[in-house]
Design a protein around this ligand. Structure first.
Ligand code: SF4
Ligand code: SF4
Length: 133
């Protein structure tokens, strides 16, 4: 199994909603600082349980593809009822989703999953998975 660590990355602290803190998505957490989470030992369960796809090893690549380096963080969600898994790509700075490394990952993931793209400027779009030949 791929062993990965967050290291200096704190991207999810600025992207994900944290219900316990009433923090909305795409808002930086009040507890994040240059050294990471300032309340790390007491951080909410949502934070403890969150692992982006890179950290899970579900996205190929080394630390050059870690969200803070790539500019894109991948997460997934499951549609209630159908159990279908969708992936979501959060762009961290304008243009990051158009960079070659990100495009190549998007193309790879879109072979098997529907991908939703969340752009830094608030736009959304989708990449449908390709039907089997
Ligand atoms: S975005 Fe992923 S790698 Fe970065 S801190 Fe969050 S879980 Fe760790
Ligand atoms: S509480 Fe800590 S781990 Fe959770 S979002 Fe805020 S800074 Fe990140």
């Amino acid at each position: 199994m791929t062993h990965r660590e967050c290291g200096d990355c704190t991207v999810c602290c600025s992207v994900m909603a944290v219900t316990e803190l009433r923090k909305a998505s795409r808002r930086s957490c009040e507890h994040v600082g240059p050294e990471g989470c300032r309340i790390h030992p007491e951080r909410p369960a949502s934070c403890r349980e969150f692992h982006c796809l890179w950290l899970r090893g579900a996205v190929a690549g080394d630390e050059a593809l870690r969200p803070d380096a790539l500019g894109v963080m991948f997460d997934y969600f499951v549609t209630r009822g159908t159990g279908e898994e969708h992936l979501i790509a959060f762009e961290l700075w304008p243009g990051a989703l158009d960079e070659p490394a990100a495009r190549s990952l998007l193309e790879e993931l879109a072979r098997t999953h529907e991908l939703r793209l969340s752009y830094r400027d608030g736009r959304w779009s989708s990449l449908a998975s390709e039907p089997a030949p």
